[in-house]
Design a protein around this ligand. Sequence first.
Ligand code: SAH
Length: 348
Amino acid sequence: MPGPTRYDVTREALAEHLDGEPRYRLDQLWDGLYTQLADPADITNLPKKLRQRLDDELPTALTPVTESVDETGDTVKFLWELDGGSRVETVLMLYPDRATVCVSSQAGCAMACGFCATGQAGFTRHLTVGEIVEQVVRAAQRAKQADRRVSNIVFMGMGEPMANLTPVWKSVERIHGDIGLSARHITISTVGLIPGIRALKDLPLPVNLAVSLHAANDELRTEMVPINKRYPIDDLIEACSEYLQVKNRRVSFEWAMIDGVNDRTSDARELAALCRRLQPHAHVNLIPLNPTPGYPTMGTPLKKVYAFRDALEEFGANATVRQNRGTDIDAACGQLAAGQPVTITPKV
Ligand code: SAH
């Protein structure tokens, strides 16, 4: 097993690489890595020889494979190779008022949601703190080239963050405390692992919680999101409600709209009833289903998506339609597969 990478190392462990150097070097190095987002070789207030040594001793975790830019130029997808050969993706999205990085928390995913390309490919391994933080750093370096600063982080890339919560949380602490992003601009999205939601509730920073709900009754949800069998909707809503009470942060529900599956008026009615249990804080994000190779069902036509939103509002819930980003480079929600082959799932 190779040693820790650049952004795995804690401040204390980093000090060991500076043995014999004046004490202020640690601040210079930490600031170089986390504020300037620089490679050790480019931290120019360090002596040249030291820079070179640090560059060798603190290897990067992510080897770039490809970088794809969508037709608008505002969405960039990075494909990385990790130690051991598995691959993950990161997406940078530039909006007029914010710049968001969508990070992966695992290579692959074990949750097996049939409509998601990551789920179709299966689980490979957890990511380390360094592998998660470096995704943010690399994307922020890329944003800087466009004169932009990253303002938001969403754990909505490959993997289930709650199934890898310890490294995910440590990376949240680094992103917040060292890179300097507000915890209120960090969102952790989960398929609905209740123990993870409860653990997150007891952790100090007020991050946003997003829950991939997709269905508002257990029969349909278990078909779409198999883990629902273990963590059914009623218990899930209860856990969200506790999260809200403790954190006073927004909880949102993601709802990938699948034609004829979860876009009926009865779905809107049931979903709104769940949202009302969490009022005033639950918010629904409607995502027209993005195409993935292993799932033959179509997304709901846009007109019907907006009608569903109107129905939700009529039933007393708040909803927005998520702008689709990067479908032409397979960078949109549910499309991240890092080039893995996928298995075909029968139609729901
Ligand atoms: N595992 C976590 C993090 C992934 S977030 C979770 O499930 O929340 C990615 C989001 O995109 C999730 O809400 C997921 O359900 C949604 N999604 C998956 N496949 C999709 C698809 N084909 N079209 C639109 N959204 C999809």
